[in-house]
Design a protein around this ligand. Structure first.
Ligand code: ADP
Ligand code: FBP
Ligand code: MG
Length: 341
C-alpha cells in the first residue's frame, strides 16, 4: 500500500514523531510505501510530494516543527476540491492518506472521506482542546516550557518584590495555564472558561503579597475580564480571519500595579511554547499515535482518528472530535482555585 502523510495547521512538538511512528512501522513491518505532502493540504492540492522513507525519518522524533512543513490551506478552496484531490492521489499512485492536524484539518478530512477518499486522522493541538482525546502531543511540552519560564519569573520577581504576570497560549481553553500555573505555584490562574473581575485578581495578588510572596499571575491569551465581551486582540485578524490574540498580560499588568501598589511586570511566552524538542511524554504519545494511525489505514478505518483514552490508543469517528471543544471543567478550575491568593 502507498500512503501519503500530511501535517496541517499550527505546528506542535511531536509532529515528526507521529510521522516516524507511522513510516517506521509501515515500512519495517507491513511493507508499505510512503510519500509526504508538503505544507499540509496545499501539497495535496498542488501535487507537491516528497519521498518519505527510512532515511527521511531517521532520528526525527526528537525534532520540533515538521519535516513536511505545514499550512492552514483549506483543500476545498482555489483549485482544490474532491476531484482535484482524487486526481493527485491517482497520478501519484497513493491509496490512502494520514492527515495530522487540528479541528479544521479533521473537518476537511471528514468532508473528503464522506466523498470516498480514504483518510485516517491524527489529532494535533498544543492547546489540548480537541474532544475525544484525553491528551494531544505538544501539550506536555508546552506546559513544561511554560513551567520552566514561570520558575524563572518567580526568582526575579522575588528579588525585586514584584508581581509577575505570565501570558501563555490557550485561544479558547485554559489547559496550558491551568497545568503550568499549578506546577509553578501561581497565585492566580486566569483562563478563557472563567471570566474574572479585576477586584478578584487584586484580592489574590494582595493576599499573596501580604504573605510575603512575589505574586505570580498566569493568564491564558484567550482570557477575558468580566467586563470584556471578547478576548483581548489588538493586532487585527490573521490570514484566515481569526483575531490575533496576545497582549492580555500587558493589559492586566498596569491595572494590577495601579490597584495594588505592587510593581508589576508582564511576560508573553508566545511561540516559544510550540518550538523546539518535544518532551519524552510527547515523543512516546506521538509515536504511538503514528503507529496506531498506520494500523487504522491497514484496517480501513476511514473517517476515523486515533486518540488517547486513559492509557489506550483507540480510534473514534472524526465527528467525535469536531464541533465541541474540550474545555477546562469547572471542578478542575475549582481544585486549582484553592491554591490562589
Ligand atoms: N470545514 C472545513 N473544511 C475544510 N477545511 C477547513 C474546515 N475548517 C477549517 N479548515 C481548514 O483547516 C485549516 C487548519 O486548521 P486546524 O487544523 O484547526 O489548525 P489550527 O487549529 O492549528 O489552526 C484552517 O485554517 C482551514 O483552512
Ligand atoms: O501564531 P499562529 O500559528 O497563528 O497560532 C496561534 C494560535 O495557535 C495556538 O497555539 C493553538 O494551537 P493548536 O491548534 O495546536 O491548539 C493558539 O494557542 C494560538 O492562538
Ligand atoms: Mg486548534
Amino acid at each position: 500500500m502507498r500512503i501519503g502523510i500530511l501535517t496541517s495547521g499550527g505546528d506542535a512538538p511531536g509532529l515528526n514523531a507521529v510521522i516516524r511512528g507511522a513510516v517506521f512501522t509501515g515500512i519495517q513491518v507491513h511493507n508499505c510505501e510512503f510519500v509526504g505532502f508538503r505544507n499540509g493540504w496545499r501539497g495535496v492540492v498542488e501535487g507537491d510530494i516528497v519521498p518519505l522513507g527510512m532515511p527521511e525519518v531517521k532520528g526525527i522524533s526528537k525534532q520540533g516543527g515538521t519535516i513536511l512543513g505545514t499550512s492552514r490551506t483549506n483543500p476545498f478552496e482555489g483549485i482544490g476540491g474532491v476531484d482535484r484531490v482524487n486526481q493527485v492521489m491517482q497520478e501519484n499512485g497513493i491509496d490512502a492518506m494520514i492527515a495530522i492536524g487540528g479541528e479544521g484539518t479533521l473537518a476537511a478530512a471528514k468532508r473528503l472521506t464522506d466523498a470516498g477518499i480514504r483518510i485516517v486522522g491524527v489529532p494535533k493541538t498544543v492547546d489540548n482542546d480537541l474532544s475525544a482525546t484525553d491528551y494531544s502531543f505538544g501539550f506536555d511540552t508546552a506546559v513544561g516550557i511554560a513551567t520552566d519560564a514561570m520558575d524563572r519569573l518567580r526568582t526575579t520577581g522575588d528579588a525585586h518584590d514584584r508581581c509577575m504576570v505570565a501570558e501563555v497560549m490557550g485561544r479558547h481553553v485554559g489547559w496550558i495555564a491551568l497545568h503550568s500555573g499549578m506546577a509553578a505555584g501561581a497565585h492566580a490562574i486566569l483562563i478563557p472558561e472563567q471570566k474574572t473581575s479585576v477586584d478578584q485578581i487584586v484580592e489574590w495578588v494582595t493576599h499573596a503579597h501580604d504573605r510575603g510572596r512575589a505574586p505570580l499571575v498566569v493568564v491564558a491569551e484567550g482570557f477575558s475580564l468580566d467586563t470584556m465581551d471578547d478576548a483581548h486582540s489588538e493586532r487585527g485578524l490573521d490570514a484566515f480571519g481569526r483575531p490575533r490574540l496576545g497582549g492580555i498580560g500587558e493589559l492586566l499588568a498596569p491595572i494590577i500595579e495601579e490597584r495594588t501598589g505592587i510593581e508589576t511586570r508582564a511576560t508573553t511566552l508566545g511561540h516559544i511554547q510550540r518550538g523546539g524538542t518535544p518532551s519524552a511524554f510527547d515523543r512516546v504519545l506521538a509515536t504511538r499515535l503514528g503507529m496506531a494511525a498506520l494500523r487504522s489505514v491497514l484496517d480501513g478505518h476511514w473517517g476515523r482518528m486515533v486518540a488517547l483514552q486513559g492509557t489506550e490508543i483507540v480510534h473514534v469517528p472524526f465527528e467525535d472530535a469536531l464541533g465541541r471543544l474540550k474545555t477546562v471543567p469547572e471542578d478542575r478550575y475549582l481544585e486549582a482555585k484553592v491554591l490562589f491568593g
